[in-house]
Design a protein around this ligand. Structure first.
Ligand code: SF4
Length: 221
């Protein structure tokens, strides 16, 4: 019997759950900006939604406030995007907003008055945050758009500055290579092997990582 696509996708999830396979073969764009063994464990164990830090939750609240405050027919908030990878995998993400032809990303940060070197507000920033550029560039490539904007907001008072970002295909190819590392890591986990070969870029990444007990146990053997 032929089933509609949604039902077939649900059937596949159940089959995967029964056989212990990764329920969803998808990789979030945001996870690729960080350490890739963590991303592989997150996909394999399905823990992505539990990994939000306090800072991320503050960001979510501000995103929601902004969405309500400036909503309109000409702007879509939290727009889902996806891009096919090999073997049924896909790269997925949620663009903070899309207005016309332009995907928009919102970043909220605090600015300290005490530090002489650092900008005192978004208007003093010369460049947008690097990780935000990487993520917005992924969305531009996934959506086939040429240009987008990163809005940096000051969490205290909500001053803001929009930064223009042009699509960069080479940088996106690097991100796709990182996605392949994650896929290989997940495959090994499914085969009962631990992807020790994926090393952290900085040891301090482990400090607040959800998977530290697992890595410590495996690496101590
Ligand atoms: S504990 Fe460290 S090595 Fe293990 S997944 Fe987390 S960041 Fe990576």
């Amino acid at each position: 019997m032929e089933y509609p696509e949604e039902i077939e996708e649900f059937n596949e999830r159940i089959r995967n759950a029964i056989t212990g396979k990764t329920p969803e073969r998808k990789i979030w764009v945001t996870s690729l900006s960080f350490y890739l063994r963590k991303a592989a464990l997150s996909v394999y164990l399905g823990t992505f939604k539990y990994e939000r830090t306090g800072e991320m939750l503050v960001g979510s609240v501000l995103h929601e406030w902004l969405g309500n405050a400036v909503s309109g027919d000409d702007i879509e908030f939290e727009a889902p995007v996806e891009y096919p990878l090999d073997e049924g995998w896909k790269l997925v993400g949620r663009v903070d907003a899309v207005k016309g032809d332009y995907p928009l990303e919102f970043k909220f940060r605090g600015f300290t008055a005490g530090d002489e070197e650092s900008p005192k507000g978004p208007e003093e920033m010369e460049e947008p945050p690097r990780l935000a550029v990487e993520q917005l560039n992924a969305y531009l490539n996934m959506m086939g758009k040429e240009r987008g904007y990163i809005y940096v907001f000051d969490k205290n008072g909500m001053n803001f500055k929009p930064f223009q970002v042009e699509r960069d295909e080479e940088q996106f190819q690097k991100m796709l290579r990182r996605a392949r590392v994650v896929i290989n890591g997940v495959k090994q986990l499914e085969e009962g092997r631990f992807p020790k070969w994926i090393k952290p870029r900085w040891k301090r990444e482990c400090e607040e990582c959800l998977f530290k007990p697992i890595c410590d146990a495996v690496e101590s053997k």
